[in-house]
Design a protein around this ligand. Structure first.
Ligand code: CA
Length: 246
């Protein structure tokens, strides 16, 4: 049924697209053969993968592993893909690609009712699935996550725990540095004036000057460098957070 080798042109030149290291994909699917195949293709592209073989196990794995994207089969034991998707959507907007069977009502799946980001109908070519994974991740780049953790390229800002990770590595920040980064990361691309940042981070009654902002930005830049996101100076105005190459 799954026939990855068929009709693949030989000596094809692979276009390797860079996703942040440790981009984690969780596969929720009860058929081991499919899990194995998909895992193999994702591994080859440098993704980190994990698998869950049932709906409940999948929900636990999402909480535990905090994947960047979920591949979710519709037909699962215990809790089916519909219900898993519904529960995930309740408190997260983690990207979800559904594996469906022909004839499934895909409008409901990717529409408002379930809110999956995309779907692939079985039987599928694993390359097609990998392409969808990349497309969905690309689309999601720069979209704040409702789960409380903001992810932007290789940068993760966990507001609840006040933790920041650069490519998966925890980076300790001081209080104001964290608040400043959090303010910027909430609205990527938006230009903040130094006064706005002062008010938002230090408060209206802060008596220090805007130079404080510059000093903190300089420190932040050092701490989050190489995360695929940078703080850009907007001359004469202030700062904005940008994804590299955007
Ligand atoms: Ca299944």
């Amino acid at each position: 049924m799954f026939n990855p080798a068929k009709s693949e042109p030989k000596r094809r030149v692979e276009q390797h697209e860079k996703f942040p290291a440790m981009t984690k994909i969780l596969i929720i699917e009860d058929e081991p053969a499919i899990v194995e195949l998909v895992t193999m293709y994702l591994d080859k592209e440098g993704f980190e993968t994990a698998a869950a073989y049932g709906g409940l196990e999948g929900l636990v794995a999402v909480k535990r592993d905090q994947p960047d994207l979920v591949i979710l089969d519709l037909m699962l034991p215990e809790l089916d893909g519909w219900e898993v998707c519904r529960r995930l959507r309740k408190d997260t907007d983690i990207p979800i690609i559904m594996l469906t069977a022909r004839g499934d009502d895909v409008d409901k799946i990717v529409g408002l009712e379930l809110g999956a980001d995309d779907y692939v109908a079985k039987p599928f070519n694993p390359r097609e699935l990998v392409a969808r994974v990349k497309a969905v991740l690309r689309r999601g780049k720069g979209r704040p996550q409702a789960s409380g953790t903001l992810r932007l390229a290789g940068l993760e800002v966990d507001a609840a725990r006040r933790e920041v990770r650069v490519r998966g590595e925890r980076v300790p920040l001081r209080t104001r540095e964290f608040d400043l980064l959090h303010t910027l990361v909430m609205q990527p691309g938006m230009v903040f004036s130094r006064d706005q940042l002062l008010n938002q981070v230090w408060g209206y009654d802060y008596l220090g000057g805007t130079r404080t902002v510059d000093v903190h930005v300089a420190q932040l830049r050092q701490k989050i460098k190489d995360c695929g996101v940078h703080i850009e100076t907007v001359w004469g105005v202030g700062y904005k957070l940008c994804v590299d190459d955007d």
